[in-house]
Write a protein that binds this ligand. Structure first.
Ligand SMILES: Cc1ncc(COP(=O)(O)O)c(C=O)c1O
Length: 429
């Protein structure tokens, strides 16, 4: 994958296209037309890119793991449906995400619920709805799930989410895990197993390890997954029963910034025979289904956020392009969704400059805060009022991970491009 100025061009070449007039197309449709029809700002998702990405990962991990979709990355039922059609189950983090997955056609038994603060109402909702598994993260939750299961007269299949005692650095795992609100600390694992075993309404069937997001190095992921298999074996030894589910989390990264190299699926695949051998060698693990549940990796590259230029102004040597889109719809691109160092997402003019030399341009939104910046120095051709810019890698953690109420601008429309058709999946307003 190319470096900064070329990252946007490389991503466009990989997932999208430009016509002879330089107009950016998504799923074969010109963004200029979509912006005219649906208004701006606008999120556009390409189902073709989602399906290609899903299939490539599915193939890379075939024989080792199944690939589910983490709904939090993009909870639109139309998006979930695409992955469901590809064969994915769903990982959800709330009762509303459960409803979205079911609306998308995912059978409840293919849905698992993870998240550190599952309340009684959400637990009742998913248990009444026949959810496949609940992944437990603390003792209070364990008791709430058991009580809800008893009220519903069912046995609930549960997995233990473990906060590992080691962290991945490069390819290796070093001892000294971090404090975390997510999951039981590994040091408490045996006690947590015994606490689940003591509940007649719970059946301990699995392990869940999610060691971190935006992992771009295959070796690091393989190290984490190997560690997860070790934890799974410990559960088997304690309960004396084979495990049914080993959930190794999501966390597969995508390139956003200068110098980010895409995750190498070939390296990932080459490391899997060792893990498969470990599974086969342990009768307690051999029949378990291994689950990956990425969000960002599957849907991030498929989305673009399109904003229209309202004004262009040069201020003391910096060119500012002021657009109708900003951090209220796309907090991550503004660098305010947990990023420590603020760097620019890949950004492109919807109509390219026809060979005109690009210059460093600050792209800002309409909010009354200097935080509302979509790019600090994006290499863009000259732009004018009415032109369009597209923020790439915007399919995951975009709209629903943003402070949409801040300054009371309307919600943007969302469009899914499928089979050459644009389907409106959220109205503007
Ligand atoms: C339990 C769990 N699974 C999956 C994900 C998705 O992570 P990513 O989008 O990095 O794959 C998250 C992210 O927070 C998570 O907490």
């Amino acid at each position: 994958m190319a470096d900064a100025p070329d990252l946007a061009a490389a991503l466009i070449a990989e997932n999208f296209s430009r016509d002879s007039g330089g107009v950016l197309h998504v799923g074969g449709l010109p963004l200029t037309e979509l912006a005219k029809k649906f208004g701006t700002p606008l999120f556009v998702y390409d189902s073709g890119t989602m399906r290609r990405t899903y299939r490539a990962l599915h193939e890379a991990v075939a024989g080792f793991a199944e690939v589910d979709f983490s709904v939090k990355a993009n909870p639109s039922p139309a998006v979930i449906r695409v992955f469901h059609e590809e064969g994915a189950g769903a990982e959800i983090a709330s009762g509303a995400e459960f409803a979205a997955a079911v609306e998308a056609g995912v059978p409840p038994e293919k849905i698992l619920f993870a998240g550190p603060g599952k309340g009684a109402a959400d637990l009742d909702r998913v248990i009444a709805g026949g959810i496949g598994e609940i992944h437990l993260e603390n003792r209070e939750e364990l008791a709430r799930v058991a009580a809800s299961a008893e009220r519903h007269g069912v046995t609930v299949r549960v997995a233990l989410r473990i906060n590992p005692g080691a962290t991945a650095q490069g390819g290796a795992m070093r001892m000294g895990g971090k404090p975390s609100p997510f999951g039981f600390d590994e040091e408490e694992m045996d006690a947590a197993i015994d606490a689940v075993e003591a509940q007649a309404s719970l059946r301990l069937i699995g392990l869940h390890l999610f060691a971190g997001t935006q992992g771009l190095k295959a070796e690091t992921l393989l190290g984490q997954w190997t560690y997860g298999l070790g934890l799974a074996a410990r559960i088997v030894r304690r309960t004396g029963r084979p495990l049914e589910t080993i959930d190794l989390g999501g966390g597969l990264g995508i390139p956003y910034f200068s110098g980010d190299a895409a995750l190498d699926l070939g390296t990932l695949r080459a490391g899997l025979p060792d893990l498969i051998a470990t599974l086969r060698a342990d009768p307690g693990l051999a029949s378990a289904r291994v689950v990956l549940e990425p969000g960002r990796y599957l849907v991030g590259p498929a989305g673009v956020y399109v904003a229209r230029v309202l004004a262009v102004k040069d201020s003391r040597g910096t060119r500012f392009v002021i657009t109708d889109g900003g951090m209220h719809h796309h907090l991550a691109a503004s660098g305010n969704l947990g990023q420590i160092v603020k760097r620019d997402f890949p950004l492109a003019a919807v109509v390219d400059g026809g060979g005109v030399e690009p210059s460093a341009t600050a792209v800002v939104g309409p909010l009354c805060t200097p935080l509302d910046m979509l790019a600090r120095a994006a290499p863009l051709p000259p732009l004018a009022e009415g032109d369009l810019v597209a923020v790439l890698q915007s399919g995951a953690y975009g709209l629903t991970a943003s402070p949409t109420g801040f300054l009371s601008h309307p919600m943007p429309a969302e469009v899914l491009v499928e089979g050459g058709r644009a389907i409106l999946i959220r109205l503007q307003g």
